[in-house]
Write a protein that binds this ligand. Structure first.
Ligand code: TYC
Length: 103
């Protein structure tokens, strides 16, 4: 309150800065041993892809060496990478996925 009795409001509104959570890419890597059908099965089971989308993502990794599977939060990306690689390990395949922060 100023001495003329009028309360002065600060002119600028302070905006709370809510940082958006950083996003992570799940990357699928090609190898020479994991069967194509197994990769598609993993993409369907872990990443909820349809047969068609799973097949396309698998073929992209097969032809180009790697493919982005999904972009999501760190927690989800790391959980899904672990789930997919655990399935592969159990089945004896060297399938490799990573979670990488987006630039
Ligand atoms: N290259 C494998 C094969 O020919 C299939 C494959 C595709 C493996 C994609 C991994 O991320 C992968 N059997």
């Amino acid at each position: 309150m100023s001495d003329n009795g009028i309360a002065l409001k600060p002119k600028t509104k302070s905006k709370p800065k809510l940082d958006r959570p950083k996003l992570y890419k799940v990357i699928l890597f090609n190898d020479d041993y994991t069967p194509r059908e197994f990769v598609v099965m993993i993409l369907k089971a872990v990443f909820r892809m349809s047969e068609e989308v799973g097949y396309r993502v698998m073929m992209t990794a097969h032809k180009l060496g790697s493919s982005v599977v999904v972009v999501c939060t760190k927690d989800i990306a790391e959980t899904k990478v672990k789930e997919a690689m655990d399935y592969a390990k159990q089945a004896g395949f060297p399938l490799m996925l990573t979670a990488e922060p987006e630039e």
